[in-house]
Design a protein around this ligand. Structure first.
Ligand SMILES: [Zn+2]
Length: 405
């Protein structure tokens, strides 16, 4: 046997070994995901059974006590696992659905035979069907048969199956689905963002046809150098912002944070929209100088003398509120991304208990986390350096730093 043949055999063995490791690890990951889901569901079940761990209960726990206890427990899990509360909420919802309505799938999951993605899909399908034992059993059996498919194929096949077993008519389902129409924004890199709309297909198709029509017409101009995709995007932006149309001049006010040196053209410290979305210095300079609909706020120097004055009123005056919004950017619960302008300004130490209306005792909290602070055993402390310390009802401590600027 030549040296080369020996080397080749070894290479084959090495590949086989690495493949086996990948397969074993993958199965272990599935099992661990099932274990985590089961543990998270247990925490929430205990919170429902013993809400007094999370909230102060007088006499008998009310439905409200239980609901606050569940919220507090979800927040506790989120900070402990470094996950968002919505992710924990989804784990709970999916875990409860699969463990109660699709036992064969749950068993496969615990044995590592189905991926968390496919389990999530089964849970979502069950969630979209009215509870019905026979129907649940058919979904579970079908999911078990298809368990080994890659998530995209699995989802496709399960969606088709859901259509077959759904007891309601298309019309009834559409009525309900229509209620979930919405728009959303997601910020990306390099000063770009996605704007999405979830619409009834008929409206979406009509809107698309109109935009496409406008774009194709513009594309025939001789001096047009943009691609069709670019023209469509520009046309949508023109319509939605009211740009180039004096009748619908935009009335939006967007806060632009511009470091002074950047504004003077002597520094490249990033400027931000609304305190958190980085924009390039050139755009920032243009907006700060020209655009009247943008609210100009220079980040430096900030006069600390003004900030340190404790106010005598309960309601923070406008300049203090603006400074707080710049400092906090979002809700000050760790991991919460609700923008400050949609939050409440909370006195960390209650005004009634001697807390001052000052930058050191005020913080933005979303309604959700404001409620968590007041209604559950979560406690909040604001330290001199601006760090907000949250302690969960079960004793986990999480610090939320103010974003740097
Ligand atoms: Zn929040």
């Amino acid at each position: 046997m030549s040296t080369r043949a020996i080397d080749d055999t070894r290479a084959d063995d090495r590949v086989d070994f690495a493949l086996a490791r990948a397969e074993v690890a993958s199965s272990q990951l599935n099992r661990l995901a099932a274990e985590r889901m089961s543990a998270v569901v247990s925490v929430i079940r205990e919170a429902r059974r013993h809400p007094d761990t999370y909230v102060v209960v007088r006499d008998e726990a009310t439905a409200r006590d239980i609901s606050f206890a569940v919220e507090a427990a979800i927040a506790d899990l989120a900070v402990r696992l470094s996950l968002s509360e919505s992710t924990v909420g989804a784990l709970v919802r999916r875990g409860e659905l699969v463990t109660t309505r699709a036992l064969p799938v749950w068993n496969l999951f615990r044995e590592g035979e189905i991926s968390p993605e496919n389990v999530a899909c089964v849970a979502d399908v069950l969630d979209s069907l009215p509870e019905n034992e026979m129907c649940d059993a058919r979904v579970a059996d079908r999911a078990a048969e298809l368990a080994g498919l890659v998530p995209s194929r699995f989802r496709e096949r399960m969606r088709a199956f859901r259509d077959r077993v759904h007891p309601e008519s298309q019309t009834e389902r559409h009525e309900r689905a229509r209620a979930a129409r919405r728009t959303w924004i997601e910020h990306g890199d390099d000063g770009m963002a996605w704007l999405g709309i979830h619409l009834p297909s008929t409206d979406a198709e009509a809107a698309w046809q109109r935009i496409d029509g406008i774009a194709r017409q513009l594309a025939t101009c001789t001096d047009e150098s943009r691609s069709l995709d670019q023209i469509r995007a520009d046309a949508v932006a023109d319509i939605l912002t009211g740009r180039n149309d004096p009748a619908t001049e935009p009335r939006v006010t967007v806060g632009v944070l511009v470091p002074v040196l950047t504004l003077l053209g002597e520094g490249d410290q990033p400027a931000t929209l609304e305190g958190r979305i980085p924009i390039d210095p050139e755009t920032a300079r243009r907006l700060a100088v020209k655009a009247p609909s943008f609210h100009r706020i220079l980040t430096h120097p900030v006069s600390s003398a003004v900030l340190d004055v404790d106010r005598t009123s309960y309601r923070p005056p406008a300049d203090l509120a603006r400074v707080l919004a710049l400092r906090d950017v979002t809700c000050r619960h760790p991991g919460c991304g609700r923008p400050a302008k949609r939050c409440d300004i909370d006195h960390t130490v209650d005004w009634a208990k001697g807390g001052t209306t000052s930058v050191r005792n005020l913080a933005h909290l979303s309604r959700r986390h404001h409620t968590l602070k007041h209604r559950t055993r979560w406690t909040v402390e604001q330290r001199p350096d601006g760090v907000i310390r949250w302690t969960s009802p079960t004793g986990f401590v999480a610090d939320a730093d103010p974003p740097p600027f």
